[in-house]
Structure formats: C-alpha cells, structure tokens
Design a protein around this ligand. Structure first.
Ligand SMILES: Cc1cc2nc3c(=O)[nH]c(=O)nc-3n(C[C@H](O)[C@H](O)[C@H](O)COP(=O)(O)OP(=O)(O)OC[C@H]3O[C@@H](n4cnc5c(N)ncnc54)[C@H](O)[C@@H]3O)c2cc1C
Length: 357
C-alpha cells in the first residue's frame, strides 16, 4: 500500500505542473495517468501568445501569467538540460486594411503594455512571409515543446515510483472512517486532485461543471525557406519547431465533432498557411486533441463544494501553456495554506449556478 499526501489523476500540463509544485512544497505525490498521445497537452502547438485573436486583445491576466510561465519553463529547461521553452518574437500580420488602420489608431492607447514591441504598416520583408499590410511585433511570448516536457517529467516520476500509467477508477475511491482516502487496495492519500482535462466532464464528482470539450487539430509541415526566427500569426499560427519544420494550428470545433483528424481541418489549415507564405510546403503530420474549454473561458480550480478532500485543476481551454505554471502554484498554496484563488479562476463561481447536490 502506497501512502501519499496528494493523489493526482492526470499527467497532462495541469497534473504534471501541479505535481511538481506540490513536491516542491514537500508533499508526497502520486499520479495516475492513462497515457494518451492524443491528449490536448501532447498535441498542443505550445504557443504562449500575449495578444490573441482578430481584435488583438491582450489575453486574460497576461501581465501576471506570462512572466511566471516563462520563468517556470526556463527553470525546467535548466533542470533537464533541454530547450523545451524558446522565447520567440511573434509577428501578427494584419489581415485587412481596416484591421491595420484600427491597430494604428489604438497604438497611442498602449493597451498591450510591453507585449507589443512595434506596429508597422509596411511589409517587414521576412523570408517567405506574405505580409503586405505589415503587422504587430509581440515580445515576451514563445513556445514550449509540451509533449517532450511531459515525457521528461514522467520519466523522473517513474524512476521514483510516483507515476502509475493506468486509468484511475473513481468508483474504487473510498473515504475511510479516519478521513483518509483509500484507492482500491493500492493507495492511501489525504487529498485527491482531478487533472483529467476534458475527461473531467465524465468525472462522477465534477460532471456538473460547465466544461465543454473543444476539438482542435494541428499540422506539422516542412516549409524550406520560411523564416524560423519568429512565430507567425494571421488566421493560423505557424510555430517554428526546428530544422525547417513548423506546427500550424489550430482548428476549433464544438460538439458534435468527429473523433480524430479530419480532411476538413487539413484543407482549412493548409489554406491558412498558404495565405501566410507563397512557398511550397509538405504536410508531414496531423494531430487532433480535445481542449478542456469552459463557457466563460476561465480556468476551473479549487475544492469540490461537498468534498473538501477533493479538488480540480483544469479548464485551461486553449491557453494551458501560459496558465499552468502560475495557476499550479496558486492552487498548491490554496490547498496547503488556504491562500485565495483568483475569483475568475475559482470553480466556486460555478457552484450556485450549476451544482445540484
Ligand atoms: C490542437 C490543439 C492545439 C493546442 N495548442 C495550444 C497552444 O499552442 N498553446 C496553449 O497554451 N494551449 C494549446 N492547446 C490547449 C492545451 O493543450 C490545453 O490547455 C492543456 O494541454 C490542457 O491540459 P490538461 O492537463 O488539463 O489536459 P490533458 O492534456 O487532456 O491531460 C489530461 C490527462 O489526464 C489523463 N486522464 C484523464 N482521465 C483519466 C483517468 N480517469 N485516469 C487516468 N488518467 C486520466 C489523460 O489521459 C491525459 O493524459 C491546444 C490544444 C489542442 C487540442
């Protein structure tokens, strides 16, 4: 029988980084994870983009989340001696003259703080890039090789017997008379945290939460001659992953959606890439995953309203890379010391509206 403080279910970005934070606080952690090469974390393009969408809006709490994420990923780079996180400029090309004029007009308002380094109405003449109307140069963003990072963390856990690669059966979890938790005949724990990503929608304790699975696809393409010096963004993002290869994403589909990869996404993403470069490219791979999206586009963190031994860490939607480092630490502080969560991220906001005991 393994005795631990925290039993975590799920080793995607949410579970992996929370496990790391809890361990840094001296907690004994055990993680169950059903390996899934198509999990959101394993297919993610890994982009951290402070200014998103057609409206060039600053993403939620970017000023707090992004520096914390960059620092955490840099520390992981150093710990493993691998370059998971690469800080990269992002060039967000204007899609129309109207968009260009709006952005130039908003420049004086300085709504983006230091995240927008420069706005240009001229073609920046980047090798292989079609951007006749110019665009905005973003800084302090970058990209993370999420699957490689999770594999490194999993290897470390496995070596120390802290990770079990098997499905967790919630029906086998019981509360003992002394308040401790028992899982099957295998584990005793003080607390359990659900980090199941979109699968939390089927969790018997959390199926009331307003999580909506959102299917997304990305392409891996070779495009010789296209500049690797920056991430490109217009309708699609094009993330350089080295050696002439790029990850191009992503599509967004709400239920009902097809399982796995689709020709529709291949056509859509290829078309968007062709709008950003006149160069020929070859599609080398296509992946699909399911994002854990939330109706108000904010994460879901915190304790179950009726079971204080049980918590959830998730709802990261399309922004897990930027959210996970700071929010893991925030949740760890909350669980260990009752430190407050950001109200917008606290699942308590959903209780009155959705929870029916
Ligand atoms: C196509 C695509 C592109 C994306 N690109 C980006 C991007 O560029 N930048 C960004 O920030 N975000 C991106 N995202 C979103 C990002 O991937 C998610 O926000 C994040 O990975 C969610 O992490 P998670 O740990 O909550 O869930 P997941 O990655 O889904 O991990 C959950 C884990 O829990 C396991 N699990 C579930 N139930 C059980 C159980 N009962 N027992 C055992 N194990 C279980 C699963 O097998 C899985 O390993 C993208 C997503 C997709 C689909």
């Amino acid at each position: 029988m393994t005795d631990c403080d925290f039993l975590l279910v799920g080793h995607g970005l949410a579970g992996a980084l929370l496990a790391d934070c809890l361990r840094a606080h001296g907690q004994r952690v055990l993680v169950y994870d059903q390996p899934n090469p198509h999990s959101a974390s394993n297919v993610a393009a890994g982009l951290m983009n402070p200014v998103a969408g057609k409206r060039f809006a600053l993403t939620w709490r970017a000023a707090e989340l992004l520096p914390a994420a960059a620092a955490a990923y840099r520390a992981l780079n150093e710990r493993f001696g691998q370059l998971f996180f690469v800080e990269t400029p992002i060039f967000k090309a204007f899609g129309s003259g109207q968009e260009q004029q709006q952005m130039l007009a908003r420049r004086a308002e300085n709504v983006w703080g230091a995240f927008v380094k420069a706005i240009t109405a001229d073609d920046p003449a980047l090798p292989g890039v079609t951007a006749p109307l110019g665009g905005a140069w973003l800084q302090h963003g970058g990209h993370v090789a999420v699957a490689a990072l999770l594999a490194a963390l999993a290897k470390e856990h496995q070596a120390a017997d802290r990770l079990r690669l098997e499905p967790f059966d919630w029906a086998a979890l019981t509360v003992q008379p002394d308040g401790r938790l028992r899982y099957a005949h295998a584990v005793l724990a003080r607390y359990v945290v659900c980090c199941e990503g979109a699968a939390a929608k089927q969790n018997p304790y959390f199926n009331w939460l307003p999580l909506t699975p959102n299917q997304g696809e990305v392409l891996d393409v070779d495009c010789p001659g296209l500049s690797q010096a920056q991430v490109l963004n217009r309708a699609a993002y094009v993330v350089p992953v080295g050696e002439g290869r790029f990850r191009v994403g992503a599509t967004y589909r709400w239920p009902p959606f097809a399982e796995g990869i689709t020709n529709e996404a291949l056509t859509e993403l290829s078309g968007r890439l062709a709008g950003l470069t006149p160069l020929p490219f070859t599609v080398r791979g296509q992946r699909a995953g399911i994002r854990p999206a939330v109706y108000d586009r904010r994460p879901l963190l915190g304790r179950h309203p009726a079971h204080p031994w049980l918590s959830l860490c998730g709802g990261y939607g399309s922004k897990g890379v930027m959210l996970a480092p700071l929010l893991s630490e925030m949740l760890a502080q909350h669980l260990l010391h009752n430190a407050p969560l950001w109200p917008e991220a606290d699942l308590a906001r959903c209780v009155a509206k959705f929870y029916r005991p």
